[in-house]
Design a protein around this ligand. Structure first.
Ligand code: PLP
Length: 446
């Protein structure tokens, strides 16, 4: 069965972010079912999903309550839209729930089908806002090198992934990128103190603002912790310094919570961990624990008041904005997370426990740094002889990722950075297994 599926897959299916030709004879792994924190492949292997799918299955697999919420909503109202002057109960109830969970100044949500669509929406809202404020020239958006904000043209342009820009054709004009606060990669080799490096990265934003002219800069967009770029936790000095720069020049703050939202960092929103007060907050992934596709942009009062009071019709929206079945599942997901204290457990118990266990891997000769925040972690692989990063061509990270998968655990590799972001319902014993399996994969890679 799986053989023929693999052949059909190779013949017809173009996978996202995949060198399809490189799949070769071995073909794709067929994942057939899942339960709790485990996925099961067609050969019957049980694999600990250290990545919660793609950083999204926060409540874990096999939650019947979510299946029931979807089925009930599908029977009652499988589809209707929120365009013009119609809506439906799941969209309204989810909007109310999200605004109740979010910081007090975020009282509106614009629904989308994904994180990428959320960031497209951000770009349009930011520019619309400043036009309505009588400052249409204030249109530049500053993002960060190696940041990830999605794969649509606007998402790719806001993100700072050079290979995406090279393949994607011209980016959306009026978007620029500044240095990322990646201490291990950029600060440490230059021999800086991490906190001085954090301040220097914030200063790079100010320098770019002055270069562009403060009257021309609309917004700064960033993830609280860069996820896809390599689980990059900024030095403590970074965010306070960034906040001060943006306040000085009256520039909107967009915090992309697509990964960090919904408990990943031990708070409902990652921005709470860093004491940020963002104007716009794109969300997706953990919002529905990945059971159905849904995203959105939480809009702060400053922007919402202007859009509502002065904006007239906003010519923007998606057929599946606030899809009733996706919204019903997202609402149930948030209710379950709340009732089960999932976020608090990450903050008080599982996050600290993962930190205590994951950092033991720092003694491995292949590891230059082991870091975590909440239930996100990374290992920086280094050449045990030189103590420096590997020559990129050696692809130690890819090797380690493949070995890990074969040994029964999903770890992601970004270059030579190994990443984990397990479901938030993982147990201490499963965290022990995760760390043991990671060490075994490192041993075999070395
Ligand atoms: N923003 C961030 C921070 C992400 O990590 C992602 C996806 O990984 C996106 C946006 C894009 O979300 P989606 O894949 O749902 O379009």
């Amino acid at each position: 069965m799986s053989q023929s599926l693999q052949a059909l897959d190779r013949a017809h299916h173009l996978h996202p972010f995949t060198d399809f030709k490189a799949l070769g004879e071995e073909g794709s792994r067929i994942i057939e079912h899942a339960e709790g924190v485990y996925i099961f492949d067609a050969a019957g292997n049980r694999i600990l999903d250290g990545m919660a799918g793609l950083w999204c299955v926060n409540l874990g697999y096999g939650r019947e309550e979510l299946v029931t919420a979807a089925a009930e909503q599908m029977r009652r109202l499988p589809y209707y839209n929120n365009f013009f002057k119609t809506t439906h109960p799941p969209a309204v109830k989810l909007a109310e729930k999200l605004c109740a969970l979010a910081p007090a100044h975020l009282n509106h949500i614009f629904f989308t089908g994904s994180g990428s669509e959320a960031n497209d929406t951000v770009l349009r809202m930011v520019r619309r806002y400043w036009t309505l404020k009588g400052k249409p020239q204030k249109h530049w958006v500053i993002g960060r090198e190696n940041g990830y904000h999605g794969s649509t043209v606007a998402g790719m342009s806001l993100g700072g992934m050079a290979p995406m820009h090279e393949q994607g054709g011209p980016c959306v004009p009026g978007i620029t990128h500044v240095r990322q606060p990646y201490w291990f990669d950029e600060g440490r080799p230059e021999g800086q103190d991490p906190e001085a490096f954090g301040r220097e990265c914030a200063a790079a934003i100010e320098a770019r603002i002055l270069e562009l002219g403060e009257e021309n800069v609309a917004a700064f967009i960033a993830e609280p912790v860069q996820g896809a770029g390599g689980a990059i936790i900024p030095p403590a000095s970074y965010w306070p310094a960034v906040k001060a720069v943006l306040a000085k020049y009256d520039i909107l703050l967009v915090i992309d919570e697509v990964i960090c939202g919904f408990g990943r960092l031990g708070e409902w929103f990652g921005s709470a961990h860093f004491d940020l007060a963002p104007d716009l907050v794109p969300i997706a992934k953990g919002l529905s624990s990945g059971y159905l596709p849904i995203g959105g942009v939480l809009v702060g009062d400053r922007v919402a008041d202007t859009l509502v009071e002065e904006g007239g019709e906003f010519f923007h929206g998606f057929t599946y904005s606030g899809h009733p079945v996706c919204a019903a599942v997202a609402l149930k997901n948030l209710q379950l997370m709340e009732a089960e204290g999932v976020v608090e457990r990450v903050r008080d118990e599982l996050g600290p426990y993962l930190a205590s266990r994951w950092t033991t891997l720092a003694d491995h000769p292949l590891v230059g740094e082991a870091r975590t925040l909440g239930l996100m972690g990374a290992l920086e692989l280094i050449d045990p002889v030189s103590g420096e990063r590997f020559d990129k061509a050696l692809a130690a990270g890819t090797l380690c990722r493949d070995i890990s998968f074969r040994r029964g655990q999903v770890m992601r590799s970004v270059g030579d950075t190994m990443i984990i972001a397990p479901p938030l319902v993982i147990t201490r014993e499963q965290i022990d297994d995760l760390v043991t399996l990671a060490r075994e994969a490192l041993d075999e890679t070395a």
